[in-house]
Design a protein around this ligand. Sequence first.
Ligand code: GTP
Ligand code: MG
Length: 368
Amino acid sequence: MGITEKIKELEDEMARTQKNKATEYHVGQLRAKIAKLRAQLLEPEKKSGAKGEGFDVMKAGEARVALIGFPSVGKSTLLSKITDTASVSAEYAFTTLTAIPGVLEYEGTRIQILDLPGIIEGAAQGKGRGRQVVSVAKTADLIMIMMDATKSTQQRQLLEHELEAVGIRLNKRKPDVVLKRKNGGGIVVTKAMGLTLTKIDEKMIKSILQGYKIHNCDVMVREDITVDEFIDVVLGSRKYTPALYCYNKIDSISMEEMDKLARQPHSVVISCEQDLNMEHLKDRIWEELALNRIYTKKRGEKPDLNDPLVVREGATIEAVCHQVHRSLVEKFKYAVVYGKSSKFSGGQKVGLNHKVAPDDVVTLFTKS
Ligand SMILES: Nc1nc2c(ncn2[C@@H]2O[C@H](COP(=O)(O)OP(=O)(O)OP(=O)(O)O)[C@@H](O)[C@H]2O)c(=O)[nH]1
Ligand SMILES: [Mg+2]
């Protein structure tokens, strides 16, 4: 029996099983088994394909955004609009057959936008070019889920489902749980002080771990997690990626419909054809990427405001050093920061652990 059939069998069993107190641990184990098989389903591809990424595209710029959506929603039209690359668009489905990279210039930073073939239901299982598309999605810093505003809102769930199936978690934080494998001593579950677990209990945690043949392990739970979140932690290899839901073709829907879509979280409405909301879209991409621009300056000189460094939100001086040069951290003595993260207006002397704020100016001092 192949993996797909095994998954199907377990899913059928789960559907047949009445869900109540007596069966909940059994159901938990079934879910863990399905998750494990799904992960296996994706593994062989990774090993056999030397490229690993599915499509062979180089990363470029400060961040990568992947355009994921059904055929003909306007992904290529958008790429041609907001980047310097032209990607063929047409009325028929599956116009784009490979990954086409373009660069979006945003206030001195470069963001790579990847136009990808449209995916269909069952993509994660290998329908169409789905598997390649979703594996590229795994390499993105932001996934832009592109939809046709004139079509049913069901598109969104279907796309989310395909991405979830390959282990991508959209707009979610990694669950705050730490697993530590040991050689003996059994499974010991510890909860953060004052935490009550409402969606999972100690017995379920143990039963899932045993399902994965983990018999000796310290588990530290720091938040009220669900069974599926715990399975994610055990499986590891999950990718937690921000997502922006982009509804295109608003030129063809009513104001009321548009308003409803625009009010959803992490959503933006546009029309490529009528050039509606394009600047707002670029701002939103930048916001969702959660990147900060900072500037470096040499002692006694003015900072070059045309040449920012791009770091993640919450980045430290250490990350800034890495951006400047790989070997800089070893030579680092101290830094002086000016701007929002500085306690004093004349600049503050800080170490590697200091967190920078947007638009800070930093001078790095090294050991001679
Ligand atoms: N009404 C309307 N049509 C649009 C808009 N943007 C794109 N289109 C049309 O939608 C069709 C499909 O556009 P593409 O950019 O090829 O779509 P795609 O998502 O790249 O499609 P695949 O490559 O097949 O996955 C074309 O006929 C476009 O002219 C828009 O804002 N409004
Ligand atoms: Mg296309």
